[in-house]
Design a protein around this ligand. Structure first.
Ligand code: FES
Ligand code: FES
Length: 215
């Protein structure tokens, strides 16, 4: 007597070969990937609902934040990055757009004193918080100790990465990661310099750290 799981012993209605099972499975997966509107429009399915426009308040927000000590209230598209808000909305061009993918650090700014890559930070995340850019670190017009140290140690060549390097370096010192060259290299590793000014950058951070503590 043959085994009960032998396909040939089953009633014809239950006899499926492997090819049919596989085709059915693929069709189910394909349908599950369709947008719900298309899925519903399949013959025999329920009628597709016409997609309506998103309400205006789903696309934009009234952002209230402090940028470099100034209170700012502005309507922003919810998809706007903090970097675009700063550069295109506020005319603060010091923060640079290098990769726009969170990989180079050229756009580094501080939110409530902590460093962030502003290209990957939605502007709306700054709601009710304090943003500081390179333009805001020397409000009295005197260079910040980190800026002075970068000049002193020739820590730049073209200067494109420099605002981001300086903002990251200030945070690096505040975080307590400027005790040794090795530490500085590790905690500044998210900031790339295509000119290769790394030796000067490390020297500048080590030089500025004790001066920042005294300031
Ligand atoms: S521009 Fe933001 S990390 Fe490169
Ligand atoms: S100084 Fe040119 S990229 Fe850093």
């Amino acid at each position: 007597m043959s085994e009960p799981n032998d396909e040939t012993d089953r009633p014809p209605a239950f006899q499926l070969n492997r090819r049919e099972v596989l085709a059915g499975g693929l069709a189910t997966v394909a349908l599950s990937w369709l947008p719900s509107g298309l899925n519903a429009a399949i013959p025999g399915g329920p009628p597709a609902a016409a997609p309506g426009p998103l309400p205006d308040d789903a696309l934009s927000s009234l952002l209230s934040t402090v940028i470099n000590g100034e209170q700012v209230a502005v309507e922003v598209d919810n998809r706007t990055s903090l970097l675009d808000l700063l550069r295109e909305g506020q005319g603060l061009f010091g923060s640079k757009k290098g990769c726009d993918h969170g990989q180079c650090g050229a756009c580094t700014v501080h939110i409530d004193g902590r460093r962030v890559v502003s290209c990957l930070t939605p502007a709306v995340q700054a709601e009710g918080r304090a943003v500081t850019t390179i333009e805001g670190i020397a409000p009295e017009g005197e260079l910040h100790p980190m800026q002075a140290a970068f000049i002193e140690h020739d820590a730049l060549q073209c200067g494109y990465c420099t605002p981001g390097q300086i903002m990251a370096a200030i945070a690096c010192v505040r975080e307590g990661h400027a005790g040794s060259a090795e530490d500085v290299r590790e905690y500044m590793s998210g900031n790339l310099c295509r000119c290769g000014a790394y030796a000067g950058i490390v020297a500048a951070v080590l030089d500025a750290a004790p001066k920042m503590e005294r300031a």
